[in-house]
Write a protein of this length. Structure first.
Length: 223
């Protein structure tokens, strides 16, 4: 495939009378890309932190996710314990190696914590989102040992922790933030955009939650 692509591009260059090693042309293209203006952006997600958080909550709940707001990180375990208890779920939770989650006061609850990727036999998992998108109520999770991607899709109940100030207005802002945070060549292997629990209406147009992933998505917003 690579050789075929190279042959096609070489043919285009010959027809244009240019060379792949033309430094001036490369610089022109790079400058054009760097100066490119953003497209039209929706105003729905704009506003200060509180406004973006409120919009995010409204949009997430509109697609069957549940959202709880807590004041500080220390309040997260108690909120998760409440969610598990009120949904008659076992007090078990699988998580990755995320230092933000590890630092939470889990000892204040009776939740049994296990760590590492899910093998598909976990009912409950918790992840820490890198960002949220206010305009659609979408969570942005990146892959790695700190938050294994399997936790996003295999357990029946997925709980995601998100800081209010990490909620951006739109997708374009999130991608800019991720590129600035990780740097070129260090971007995560996978970025998952999750909007609500898994669902499908393929069979007789009847909505079924949990069709291809978690049947419940609970988001704990800090701040």
């Amino acid at each position: 495939m690579s050789e075929a692509r190279d042959d096609i591009l070489a043919g285009i260059r010959r027809s244009l009378g240019v060379s792949a090693s033309d430094t001036a042309r490369r610089q022109t293209v790079e400058a054009r890309i760097a100066a490119a203006a953003r497209g039209v952006l929706p105003r729905r997600g704009e506003g200060d932190v509180a406004t973006r958080a409120a919009t995010f909550e409204m949009q997430a709940e509109s697609v069957a996710a549940s959202v709880a707001r807590v004041a500080t990180e220390a309040d997260v375990p108690a909120e998760i314990a409440r969610f598990l208890r009120e949904n008659n779920l076992p007090a078990t939770l699988r998580m990755g190696e995320d230092a933000r989650l590890a630092a939470l006061p889990w000892d204040a609850t009776t939740i049994e914590i296990s760590k590492g990727p899910s093998a598909g036999d976990d009912l409950n998992a918790v992840s820490h989102a890198e960002a949220g998108v206010a305009e659609t109520g979408t969570l942005v999770l990146v892959s790695g040992a700190h938050n294994p991607t399997t936790l996003n899709f295999l357990p029946d109940n997925h709980i995601v922790v998100l800081r209010a100030e990490a909620i951006a207005a739109n997708y374009e802002s999130v991608w800019s933030e991720l590129r600035a945070r990780f740097g070129k060549g260090l971007m995560p292997r996978t970025v998952n955009l999750i909007t609500g629990p898994s669902r499908s209406a393929d069979i007789e147009q009847k909505m079924l939650l949990g069709a291809h992933g978690p049947r419940r998505l609970h988001i704990v917003v800090i701040g």
